[in-house]
Design a protein around this ligand. Structure first.
Ligand code: ATP
Ligand code: PRP
Ligand code: MG
Length: 288
């Protein structure tokens, strides 16, 4: 329990859009209370010393940059677009997308063709600074969303928008061109140049625990003791594997965390060096 005198850590969470559900899920997995009703605007989790504010993801960097709120979950693209005095403290691995220029199929091949063009986007800050760095002068038109339609409606010649699968662009008869403007994902942000707010270290470790639990599995195997070195070279773990003697003479048991993505391949390789009884289990929570 946190004593009533301890100030609550004030955390901004997206209330709508692509990041909202995954953000609440990760916080729930980290042991925090989250709202059940999407109309709820704030929630106090007194047991964990945190107050959550459900805000538009586009506004979150501004609140954190001003110091009104201590921590925020938002997209890297929104953070950069805002120009707010806030920095990325953690990457969250969801809400991944690329921010790209697009135009009618066959119309643009090179960024230089944007000179003098009208470009529609919801991310005016990102687009203007990208063009300015390359000396391209264009008219940037701010739209709230559905920017793909603006070309058909004659409002713009090209767009700059979030692309994930590319299916929205395809349906609008558009294609990307030029280099990727930026690669985005959901991030945790804090105020630039400020000392870490009280309670942030605990928050950070909890969320990091979820990310590790999602991307690693626990692996156990038995191995002839003379092959332990070869096996441990394949599975070095994060810190170091636990190696214990088995009751069976000349055999050892190894317990180690391995990346979930390569686990099946590792099991094949361990079998090759003599491991048997190879098991993997999910990790539900951890602190490293
Ligand atoms: N299709 C997508 N896939 C992955 N991330 C996306 C996608 N669309 C938007 N995002 C990310 O979501 C964040 C924008 O959130 P925001 O809620 O403003 O827009 P949205 O998800 O498009 O929601 P809406 O259009 O319903 O308002 C940005 O970080 C953006 O990169
Ligand atoms: O590459 P895709 O998988 O098709 O995803 C990209 C689309 O998703 C988002 O749109 P959203 O549905 O949020 O509508 P919006 O344009 O009104 O924001 C984004 O703005 C793109 O339009
Ligand atoms: Mg959108």
């Amino acid at each position: 329990m946190t004593s009533p005198a301890t100030p609550l850590l004030r955390v901004a969470v997206p209330n709508k859009g692509s990041l909202s559900q995954s953000a609440s899920e990760i916080l729930r997995e980290a042991g925090y209370r989250q709202r059940d009703d999407s109309k709820q605007l704030t929630l106090i989790d007194a047991d964990n010393g945190v107050e959550f504010f459900y805000l538009r993801p586009r506004d979150i960097a501004l609140y954190v940059g001003e110091g009104t709120l201590d921590v925020g979950v938002t997209g890297r693209d929104l953070l950069q677009d805002s120009g707010a005095q806030a920095d990325e403290a953690m990457r969250l691995g969801f809400g991944r997308s690329r921010f790209r220029f697009a135009g009618p199929r066959g119309a643009f091949t090179d960024l230089a063709q944007l000179q003098g063009a009208r470009i529609a986007t919801s991310y005016v800050g990102v687009v203007r600074s990208f063009l300015a760095e390359r000396g391209i002068e264009a008219t940037v038109i701010r739209l709230d969303g559905a920017v793909e339609t603006s070309i058909q409606l004659g409002v713009a010649d090209a767009i700059a928008d979030v692309v994930e699968t590319g299916s929205t662009l395809r349906q609008a008869g558009l294609e990307v061109f030029g280099e990727t403007i930026l690669e985005s994902e959901a991030v945790v942000i804090t105020r630039s140049g400020a000392a870490a707010p009280d309670g942030f270290e605990v928050f950070r470790r909890r969320v990091e625990g979820v990310l590790v639990a999602r991307s690693y599995v626990m692996m156990d195997y038995d191995i002839p003791s003379e092959a332990v070195a070869a096996a441990v070279a394949l599975t070095p773990g994060i810190e170091s594997p636990t190696v214990a003697p088995l009751h069976r003479e000349g055999w050892s048991a190894v317990r180690v965390m391995v990346p979930r993505s390569g686990a099946q391949r590792l099991m094949d390789e361990l079998w090759q060096v003599g491991a048997r009884g190879i098991l993997t289990t999910d990790i539900h929570a951890c602190r490293l």
